[in-house]
Write a protein that binds this ligand. Structure first.
Ligand code: UDP
Length: 473
C-alpha cells in the first residue's frame, strides 16, 4: 500500500501578485509530488478574484482532486482605512483578522495539513501551525537578493543605517551586492521606534524561526545571493522558481492577441505596470509622447493617472478608463492607431509576453512580471514604482543584464519622453541593445533548465518534500 502523502496548506494574502505565485506553487506540488494541497485565499474583494478566473485552472489533467481552494470569509478593514494608512498596512490588518477564520478551517479538516506555507504577509497565521503541529514555511514571491537584505535588517548597526539614510552611502548586505541609496526601501528610512518598523523587524525574526523559506527564483539566476543566504545558515533556503502562470487562452481578450498576430516578430513593446501600478498625469503624458516619438509598435495597458496626497495615499484623478481617455495627449490615439494598441486596465499578460511579436517589456519590475518576461525571453525596460521594485530594477539592470533602466531626471523626478523614446528603440532595434537581447535568451534557457527534470529547482522541491514526508512519519 502506498504511504500516506503529506497535505500542504498554503495561504495567499490579498493581491494578484501574491495569489498568482501561491496558486502556481500549489499546482507544482500537486503535479510534481502528487501532494494534496489546500490553498486558503484571503481577500477583501471576492468579485475580482472570481472574475479573474484564476481559481479555475486545474493543477494537472488528473490532479484536480488533489487541489482544493478555500476562499476565507471577506475581511472588512474599512474601519481603519483613512489618510496615512498605507496599502501595506491594510494588507497586514486583513491578515491579522483572518487568523480566527483560518484556525476554524484547519480545526474542521479531517486530513490535518502537515505543513503551512504563507507568503510575506502571513506570519501572524503561523501561530495556528504551532497549535496544530504543522511545519512552517514562508514563500517569498520576490527574489533572493531582496530576501537576503530583509533577513539581514534586524542586525544592521544603527550607524550603518544612518550612513546610508543620511549620507547616501551604499548599504552592505553580507555576501551580496550592496544596496544603493537610490534603490533603498522606505522602511530603512523610518524611525526605529516607529511601530511599523518594529513590526517589520518582528516579521523578519519570525521568518528566520521557520522550517524554511521557499523563494521564487532559481540558482542560475541569483547564485551570489543564494550562496549568501545559505552561508548565513539562519534558515533553510529552497529556490523553487520560476513559478509562473501558464498561458491562458482568453476568449474575452482575444482582440489583443488578434492584433499581436498581425505584427512582425519581436517588433512590439508591451507596457504595463502590474496589477495596480499607476503613473502621475505628467508621467502618462511623457510616456505617450515617448512611445509616439520612438516610431515603434506598442501595446499599452493604460490606467487613469493618480497623484499622491499629502499623506502619501494615491488619489485617482479621473474616473474609469474608457477607450478615449482624456488624460492622453490630444490626438495621440489617432496619430498612433496604425502601430499602437491601448487597452484599459488589464491584459492577459503571460499570453502577451509569450507572443512572438513582443520584442520588449516596459515594466514596473514586480517580481512576477519580471520572471514572466525572463521565461519568455523578453528584454525589459525597468521603470520601478514602489515597494522593492527599485531593488528588482537594480538586480535586473546591473546584475543580471536583462534590462535597461528608466532614470528620472534629478530636477523633477520625471522620466522624460526623450528617454522613453531612446530606451524603446534601444531595447527593440538599436545595435546598443543587442547584448541584452542575447542575454535574455540565455536566461530563458536557464529558467527552463532549472524546472526540468534534474534541474536545480526541480531537485530542491524534492528536498522540501522530503522534510514534509519526514514530519509525517
Ligand atoms: N497581470 C496581468 N495583466 C495585467 C497586469 C498584471 O495578467 O494587465 C498579472 C501579471 O502577469 C503578474 C501579476 O498580475 O502575474 C502582477 O504581479 P507583479 O508581481 O508583476 O506585480 P504587482 O501587481 O504585485 O505589483
Amino acid at each position: 500500500m502506498e504511504a500516506t502523502k503529506p497535505h500542504i496548506a498554503l495561504l495567499a494574502s490579498p493581491g494578484m501578485g501574491h495569489l498568482i505565485p501561491v496558486l502556481e506553487l500549489a499546482k507544482r506540488l500537486v503535479s510534481h509530488q502528487s501532494f494534496k494541497v489546500t490553498v486558503f485565499v484571503v481577500a477583501t474583494d471576492h468579485a475580482s478574484i472570481v472574475s479573474s478566473q484564476l481559481l479555475q485552472s486545474p493543477a494537472s489533467p488528473d490532479g484536480d482532486d488533489l487541489l482544493e481552494i478555500v476562499l476565507l470569509p471577506l475581511i472588512d478593514v474599512s474601519d481603519i482605512i483613512g489618510p496615512g494608512v498605507s496599502f501595506i498596512q491594510q494588507i497586514e490588518a486583513t491578515m491579522l483578522r483572518s487568523v480566527p477564520f483560518f484556525r476554524t478551517e484547519i480545526s474542521k479538516m479531517e486530513s490535518r495539513p502537515t505543513a503551512l506555507v504563507v507568503d510575506w504577509f502571513g506570519t501572524d497565521v503561523l501561530e495556528v501551525a504551532d497549535e496544530f503541529n504543522m511545519l512552517k514555511f514562508i514563500f517569498i514571491t520576490s527574489n533572493a537578493w531582496f530576501f537576503a537584505f530583509a533577513l539581514y535588517t534586524p542586525e544592521i548597526d544603527r550607524k550603518e543605517i544612518d550612513e546610508h539614510a543620511k549620507n547616501q552611502k551604499p548599504l552592505k548586505i553580507p555576501g551580496c551586492r550592496p544596496l544603493n541609496f537610490e534603490d533603498t526601501t522606505e522602511f530603512l528610512l523610518m524611525d526605529p521606534n516607529d511601530p511599523t518598523y518594529q513590526r517589520h523587524i518582528g516579521v523578519i525574526i519570525k521568518m528566520s524561526l521557520t522550517d524554511g523559506i521557499l523563494v521564487n527564483t532559481w540558482d542560475e539566476l541569483e547564485p551570489t545571493s543564494l550562496k549568501a543566504l545559505r552561508d548565513a545558515r539562519k534558515v533553510p533556503i529552497y529556490p523553487i522558481g520560476p513559478l509562473i502562470r501558464p498561458i491562458e487562452k482568453s476568449v474575452l481578450r482575444s482582440e489583443i492577441i488578434d492584433w499581436l498576430d498581425k505584427q512582425p516578430e519581436e517588433s512590439v513593446i508591451y507596457v504595463s505596470f502590474g496589477s495596480g501600478g499607476t503613473l502621475s498625469a505628467q508621467e502618462v503624458i511623457e510616456l505617450a509622447w515617448g512611445l509616439e516619438l520612438s516610431q515603434q509598435r506598442f501595446l499599452w495597458v493604460v490606467r487613469p493617472p493618480t497623484e499622491k496626497d499629502a499623506a502619501g495615499a494615491f488619489l485617482t484623478l479621473t474616473n474609469g478608463c474608457d477607450c478615449n481617455p482624456d488624460y492622453l495627449p490630444d490626438g495621440f490615439l489617432a496619430r498612433t492607431h496604425d502601430r499602437g494598441l491601448v487597452v484599459p486596465m488589464w491584459a492577459p499578460q503571460v499570453e502577451v509576453l509569450s507572443h512572438p511579436s513582443i520584442g520588449g517589456f516596459l515594466t514596473h519590475c514586480g517580481w512576477n512580471s519580471t520572471i514572466e518576461s525572463i521565461t519568455n525571453g523578453v528584454p525589459m525596460i525597468a521603470w520601478p514604482l514602489y515597494a522593492e521594485q527599485k531593488m528588482n530594477a537594480c538586480l535586473l539592470t546591473e546584475d543580471i543584464g536583462a534590462s535597461i533602466r528608466a532614470t528620472p531626471m534629478e530636477s523633477n523626478g520625471m522620466v522624460t519622453r526623450g528617454d522613453i523614446r531612446s530606451m524603446v528603440r534601444k531595447i527593440l532595434v538599436d545595435h546598443e541593445g543587442r547584448n541584452i537581447r542575447a542575454r535574455i535568451k540565455e536566461l530563458k534557457n536557464s529558467a527552463a533548465k532549472a524546472l526540468a527534470e534534474g534541474g536545480s529547482s526541480y531537485n530542491v522541491l524534492f528536498q522540501f518534500a522530503e522534510i514534509c514526508i519526514q514530519h509525517l512519519s
